[in-house]
Design a protein around this ligand. Structure first.
Ligand code: CAA
Length: 382
């Protein structure tokens, strides 16, 4: 594996860093306080090519590689983890799935506006009674010939209120269990499709999380993704890639918290010296820097293997499992290093600590990642 970033990758990293500093940083505390979605900023992210980074330009994307995607998400998440999840869901869970598995007509109609950032998308798998146990879908899609009738509720849907297009997973034939599940593209505004109230969350409060309610929604057959019964495998394939996005978001939260802590420790004095001169603080920073580097290497490896077309279920799960733990540990220590200042909003690290927690929960909890990893290592040991 080549660890040197290309000139183009470095340019993308710098563009994301500049964008985060100038456009995201100024209002990040206010958006967190008021649960305000970063509309203007997401629009600009689209203009920079960040909303469909890896999509072929003929479908409105930027045609970049997955390492560039990891670099950009890390930089965005360093400053604003909410903006990073909006970006990650649109790129990995929506655009990547549409590009890989949709037909030409679906791509021209839905992928093009999504990848260019003209509109944003959401991915609706989780339900009130089916989160980790994703095969237990209760939402139904009954086949009526030229259309399906969709009924059910989806929960915890990122971009739930602001999306225009939704990928919705539903059960068509319960007897076939996961082989009877389908994935559909559903448009906002279709009759019977209602959006529930916005969730009041611990972290990533600038992002927009809702339940979705479907009552006899008519979905044309041409909006099904892939062959009949492909929906669960579709969701799993999409989530494998999505986990690189969340791992990179977690990496960004960790490196953001670390960078603030390093700066603070070099100026804050206690007992007549800068606190970095106290081994108790220096060792925390050493641990942070080491684990962040290890998380970054896992993210890069997963990204490279994705672009090589390899099965990334195991390495993607490893990257997410590890990076999310690093985000949590690092942000907790960042608050500790900042002391009382760390506990107030102005210093950012308390928000990072709140934001970090979700990375251990969504797109597969840490426990689910361990299931994926352990099944894979057992399979490969035979
Ligand atoms: N990659 C590819 N295929 C996979 C897979 C993976 N990682 N994991 C399972 N599959 C396939 C299996 O090969 C199998 O397919 P076949 O029958 O064709 O061989 C099928 O899926 C069923 O697999 P299992 O029998 O292993 O199913 P299971 O019920 O025992 O476990 C699970 C599956 C891995 C636990 C799965 O349910 C899972 O990943 N759960 C977590 C779901 C999740 O991540 N939810 C997040 C919601 S999205 C979100 O958070 C978005 C957001 O808004 C931010």
């Amino acid at each position: 594996m080549n660890f040197n970033l290309s000139e183009e990758q470095l340019m993308i990293q710098q563009a994301a860093r500049d964008f985060a500093q100038t456009e995201l940083l100024p209002g990040v505390i206010e958006r967190d306080n008021q649960q305000k979605f970063p509309h203007e900023q997401v629009k600009k992210m689209g203009e920079l090519g960040f909303m469909g980074m890896m999509v072929d330009p003929k479908y409105g994307g930027a045609g970049m590689d997955s390492i560039s995607y990891v670099l950009a998400i890390e930089e965005i998440a360093k400053i604003d983890a909410s903006a990073a999840v909006v970006m990650s869901v649109n790129n990995s869970l929506v655009c990547a799935g549409l590009e890989k598995f949709c037909n030409e007509e679906q791509k021209m109609k839905y992928l093009k506006p999504l990848a260019s950032g003209e509109v944003i998308g959401a991915f609706a798998l989780s339900e009130p009674e089916a989160g980790s146990d994703a095969t237990s879908q209760q939402t139904t899609a009954v086949d009526k010939g030229d259309h399906y009738i969709l009924n059910g509720t989806k929960n915890w849907i990122t971009n739930g209120g602001t999306a225009t297009y939704y990928i919705v997973i539903a059960q068509t034939d319960p007897e076939k269990k996961h082989k009877g599940i389908n994935a559909f593209i559903v448009e906002k505004g279709w009759e019977g499709f209602a959006i529930g109230p916005k969730e009041d969350k611990l972290g990533i409060r600038g992002s927009d999380t809702h339940s979705l309610l479907f009552t006899d929604v008519k979905v044309p057959k041409e909006n099904r993704i892939g062959e009949d019964g492909f929906g669960f495998n579709f969701a799993m394939a999409v989530l494998n890639g999505g986990r690189i996005g969340i791992a990179s978001q977690a990496l960004g939260i960790a490196s953001g918290a670390y960078e603030l802590s390093l700066k603070y420790a070099q100026v804050r004095k206690a007992f007549k010296t800068e606190i970095i001169n106290h081994q108790a603080i220096a060792f925390k920073l050493a641990d942070m820097a080491t684990s962040i580097m290890a998380a970054r290497m896992l993210c890069y490896k997963a990204a490279v293997e994705k672009d090589e077309g390899k099965d990334i279920s195991e390495i993607g799960a490893m990257a997410k499992l590890y990076s999310s733990q690093v985000a949590m540990d690092t942000s907790i220590e960042a608050v500790q290093i900042h002391g009382g200042y760390g506990y107030v909003k102005e210093y950012h690290v308390e928000r990072m600590m709140r934001d970090a927690k979700i990375t251990q929960i969504y797109e597969g909890t840490s426990e689910i990642q361990k299931i994926v990893i352990s099944r894979s290592i057992v399979k490969n040991s035979k």
